[in-house]
Design a protein around this ligand. Structure first.
Ligand SMILES: NC(=O)c1ccc[n+]([C@@H]2O[C@H](COP(=O)([O-])OP(=O)(O)OC[C@H]3O[C@@H](n4cnc5c(N)ncnc54)[C@H](OP(=O)(O)O)[C@@H]3O)[C@@H](O)[C@H]2O)c1
Length: 278
């Protein structure tokens, strides 16, 4: 197989959560472009139906699976519906998630002492518990696949301090621990498990930040590439981790973050003569 062919996903059966907009929508489309048939999960049925039309125009199958993943029964419903429509499952991408949001789905920053147990539960339920439930429901199908891969959407918030979003950082970090344990537990079933940790990406979720010019600019202070990411910046790592090109990669994360987690950096001019570490 040529190296470029190893990045293809022809005929793979994928389920992507949070596919109605943002990073999940771009990922579902990218998987389809790479050759996968895709089950599309989120609450907004109309948005999913629009995406399904784009995917079928590419010559792939698309199944619309509207549900609320905070409902404890939803993960099993979505996995069962996806597998019966697609005839099995090779790729599970749990991307639905985020920090605490307002009624519109925009992120909310709040001092940790002002957060309630319910605020924390909102974040735990969608990011972590839904991941656990989806993986549990998908395991019997993934075990039958000869190219099974699970991808969980974490965040740089798992890797750096995020004051005002402590629940988000803690839960996204918990996802990385879950990825490592699951990767080891499921290796003998032939199921790879990895994560992606995006930096600041311009989406509906982050609109309160990138929609406010001074805040948007301030957010870039720790981003060496000095720009916001777009969903398309995240899909390459997602397709790679799902593909045969990553056939020996499991228990890992990739961080498309414009260099954010490479900080703190040495001064660009290099170390000074007085630096005792020289
Ligand atoms: N944007 C960033 O800067 C950034 C950075 C790092 C990590 N991430 C992570 O990337 C993922 C996607 O974020 P995004 O920025 O693309 O956000 P977004 O544009 O707000 O998309 C979130 C997706 O999750 C779905 N969703 C929300 N609540 C749901 C629920 N209860 N049940 C089912 N689906 C639900 C939404 O669809 P419906 O509303 O239709 O249900 C939507 O499709 C999240 O896990 C986030 O933590 C984002």
């Amino acid at each position: 197989m040529s190296i470029l062919a190893t990045f293809r996903l022809d005929g793979a059966r994928a389920l992507v959560t949070g596919a109605s907009r943002g990073i999940g929508r771009a990922t579902a489309l990218a998987l389809a472009e790479a050759g996968a048939h895709v089950g599309l999960s989120a609450r907004d049925e109309e948005a999913l139906t629009g995406l399904a039309r784009e995917i079928t125009a590419l010559g792939r199958e698309a199944v619309v699976l509207p549900d609320d993943l905070r409902d404890p029964e939803a993960a099993a419903r979505v996995v069962d519906a996806a597998t019966s429509a697609l005839g099995g499952l090779d790729l599970l991408v749990h991307n639905a998630g985020g920090p605490q949001t307002d009624a519109e789905g925009h992120m909310v920053l709040r001092p940790v002492v002002e957060t309630s147990d319910d605020d924390w539960r909102q974040v735990i339920d969608l990011n972590l518990l839904a991941a656990v439930r989806l993986c549990r429901a998908a395991h019997p199908y993934l075990r039958e696949s000869d190219r099974a891969s699970v991808l969980l959407m974490s965040s740089v918030a798992a890797l750096v301090a995020v004051p005002g979003m402590e629940s988000y950082g803690a839960v996204k970090n918990g996802l990385l621990s879950y990825v490592r344990s699951l990767a080891v537990a499921w290796a003998e079933d032939g199921i790879r498990v990895n994560a992606v940790c995006p930096g600041w990406v311009r989406t509906w979720l982050t609109q309160p930040l990138h929609g406010n010019a001074p805040v948007a600019q301030a957010a870039l202070a720790n981003v060496p590439m000095r720009r916001w990411g777009v969903p398309e910046d995240v899909v390459g790592p997602c397709v790679f981790l799902c593909s045969p090109a990553a056939s020996f990669v499991t228990g890992q994360y990739l961080a498309p973050d414009g260099g954010m987690t490479a900080y703190p950096a040495m001064p660009r001019s290099g170390p000074s003569e007085e630096d005792p570490r020289d």
